[in-house]
Design a binder for this molecule. Structure first.
Ligand code: FUB
Length: 450
């Protein structure tokens, strides 16, 4: 085979290996992800999460966290997320104890054109006497990698959940947790502590706190952290006028997870003048909360700089293109009666969810759909109804003009049905789908075509 052919095959393989997920919440829909550290690098958002996998007899410890490697994901529009694949894996890090499956919550930061990826894991016996976690660094020239792990972890650190913050004067600080939350300055090389380790005081003393994440806004340093005030972790924050503290506990960013996930873990970014909270629940694994999924929702500051509590949503962030498959089960609102959401296949939850109508006039609302592409002429829906039914689509409120009516044939099979659009929609609209019969109707997705 000549060189040109080889290069072409490699390029095709690279293109095929890139995975896209079309987001709402959860953001990543083909694997478990947790502990999202979101960063804005250039004009994209990158998310560096942990990667939960399920332990087996051969790998990890059943019933506990099992994490072998890290992927990085990026998005230009907060809707379409590209998986750049594995960037660091346990058995290729010289200091990590082989097959320890303990690659917990990471972080990544850019300094002088280099990307520093910080991650906790258990070290080989000689480094930590075989006990506990320590934190190491892998370095790359681009956020997507390739990352080269340092041969040794950072000296003087015991704990998990590294977070690195660089202040306006260029000084970098590393925060981490182990019962308490700690902070130390980093040297310019970003891989060594510079001076003493400070324990951050004045935080709640009862209940686990971990997962620090610090950002600055208008001269205020926000230290955010998950804390078990009651039964499971909720997201709290404390503020200071100095990255080293003292910090003052100020409020709650997100209450305990309604999905029962014991952990939560946050990061907060400003992207194109809007603030976003990244966090996790256990959407794809309702009965085992160590198989988690990352999410994001908008975050709003009060005029006095305090943070408004964020209510987790399914709709999440970003604008959906009308021409993409829209998973309306990630809804913004639904009718009080007659609409429910269930897994398509409980034996493989990554197949996602479906919307089920079982009452006339039951409806679902999905916000922020961009209809600006020219030439949309028909709507397509993937649906199933054993007795058949009718749904109406509109974009001007529930009592607005119906833009399409779709007849769903009586069949036990999932079917893709198209219908003509009667009135064109323009701009960004909230989409409403309403059942016009009492017959049960299941909907997987909807899209708009030329
Ligand atoms: O993902 C493992 C651990 O769970 C993280 O390090 C903690 O922050 C918690 O989310």
């Amino acid at each position: 085979m000549n060189d040109k052919k080889q290069i072409l095959i490699i390029l095709v393989l690279i293109v095929l290996s890139i995975h896209y997920s079309f987001a709402q919440n959860p953001l990543i829909r083909d694997q478990f992800t947790a502990d999202p550290s979101a960063r804005v690098f250039g004009d994209k958002v990158y998310v560096f999460p942990s990667h939960d996998i399920l332990a087996t007899e051969e790998r990890g410890r059943k019933g506990w966290f099992c994490m072998e490697d890290y992927h990085v994901f990026s998005s230009e529009n907060l809707t379409d997320w590209e998986d750049h694949g594995v960037i660091v894996t346990q058995n290729k890090v010289p200091w990590v104890r082989p097959n320890s499956y303990s690659m917990w919550a990471p972080d990544c930061i850019e300094k002088d054109g280099k990307y520093y990826f910080y991650f906790p894991s258990t070290a080989k016996d000689t480094l930590t006497n075989g006990r506990g976690f320590t934190i190491g660094v892998a370095i790359a020239d681009q956020p997507e990698g390739p990352y080269t792990p340092e041969s040794q972890p950072i000296k003087g650190v015991k704990g998990i959940d590294p977070n690195v913050f660089i202040d306006k004067d260029g000084q970098a600080y590393m925060y981490w947790s182990q019962g308490n939350i700690y902070v130390a300055k980093l040297k310019d090389n970003m891989v060594e502590l510079d001076g003493e380790v400070i324990t951050i005081d004045n935080l709640p003393t009862k209940g686990l706190k971990e997962g620090p994440y610090v950002f600055e806004r208008n001269g205020v340093y926000y230290l955010t952290y998950p804390h078990v005030e009651n039964k499971t972790e909720r997201l709290e924050y404390a503020i200071s006028d100095n990255p080293l503290g003292p910090f003052k506990v100020t409020g709650v960013i997100m209450d305990e997870s309604p999905t029962g996930c014991w952990t939560n873990h946050q990061s907060i970014i400003n992207f194109k003048n809007h603030w976003y909270l990244f966090y996790h629940h256990n959407d794809y694994s309702p009965s085992f909360d160590k198989a988690r999924s990352i999410r994001a929702d908008k975050l709003v500051f009060n005029p006095n700089g305090t943070i408004q509590k964020v209510t987790p949503t399914l709709r999440g962030i970003g604008i959906s293109q009308a021409a993409n498959k829209i998973e309306i089960d990630r809804y913004s609102k639904l009718s009080e009666q007659g609409t429910s959401i269930t897994f398509i296949d409980t034996t493989n939850t990554f197949k996602g969810w479906k919307t089920v109508f079982n009452k006339q006039n039951a409806w679902i609302q999905y916000n922020d759909v961009d209809f600006d592409k020219e030439g949309i002429k028909q709507v397509k829906i993937k649906a199933k109804s054993s007795k058949g039914g009718v749904v109406q689509v509109n974009t001007e409120g529930l009592s607005g003009k119906v833009i399409a009516e779709i007849n769903i044939p009586a069949t036990e099979e999932w079917t893709e049905i198209t219908a003509k659009i009667n009135t064109k929609s323009k701009g960004i609209k909230d989409l409403f789908i309403q059942s016009k019969t009492d017959n049960p109707i299941e909907i997987d997705w909807i899209t708009f075509e030329q």
